[in-house]
Unconditional design. Structure first.
Lengths: 88, 147
């Protein structure tokens, strides 16, 4: 269950492309929603870590950079093309 | 009867830097069609964004779904409080030509949204005392230039 009442913005957006799908994500809450509802992979270790990282950031126990980095790893796992200025 | 009796309790807000697509995802996840826009960190209400804004200002215009909320939101700092009288709020909505207002608690925190329809459902007689509102979701869209 995503806590929709809180959000933590990222410094830079991450833009993911996969076929006709283009996701521009710039906040932790949005990343959590994408992973839950708009993700091509049902499950995967990187996705699991990203979901957990998003929860920690929204709860205030981790920095937004943590969720962003984990989200990028999950996107690699899901074969998204990643456009990000500061990510790897 | 006052605002808290008819409002939709809703505590999530979006930032003017959010995009049309991220707002649409949040609306779908939360099952709502309108969200208050708040300045991040400051907690100041800047306006409201609706699903209709996204359809009419982004999709219908053929604009990118990566447009930011600041570019298509309905700008209005007008709010009401949960303990205000429904007739007073309805009169304000009519004067402002707005069908929705953000509801704040005593600490100026967003706690919900109230629509003109919510008020009329609870007290239909209020509508008879007011001039008819335009059939739109939130007054005329006022675009502000991206920073």
């Amino acid at each position: 269950m995503i806590n929709l009442a809180l959000d933590r913005l990222w410094e830079e957006a991450v833009v993911l492309e996969r076929g006709r799908q283009v996701l521009r994500v710039q906040s932790t809450r949005d990343a959590a929603i994408c992973l839950k509802n708009h993700w091509p992979l049902e499950e995967g270790p990187a996705k699991l870590k990203a979901v957990s990282a998003c929860e920690s950031v929204i709860d205030g126990t981790a920095s937004p950079d943590t969720a962003r980095a984990a989200f990028i790893e999950a996107a690699k796992e899901a074969d998204f093309q990643i456009n990000s200025w500061t990510g790897d | 009867m006052n605002v808290r009796d008819v409002m939709s309790a809703q505590v999530f807000t979006v930032s003017p830097r959010d995009t049309a697509q991220s707002v649409a995802r949040l609306m779908a996840e939360a099952g709502v069609g309108a969200l208050p826009v708040e300045a991040p960190g400051a907690g100041v209400v800047l306006g409201i964004v609706t699903d209709r804004d996204i359809v009419s200002s982004i999709t219908a215009e053929g604009l990118a779904s990566t447009m930011t909320v600041a570019e298509f939101m309905t700008v209005s700092a007008e709010t009401c409080t949960e303990d205000e009288d429904l007739a007073d709020v309805a009169r304000r909505m009519s004067a402002l030509d707005m069908r929705r207002l953000v509801v704040l608690d005593g600490n100026r925190k967003v706690i919900g949204l109230v629509t003109f329809s919510d008020i009329l459902r609870a007290k239909p007689e209020i509508g008879e005392q007011l001039p008819p509102l335009f059939h739109k979701t939130g007054g005329r869209n006022t675009r502000i230039p991206p920073s």
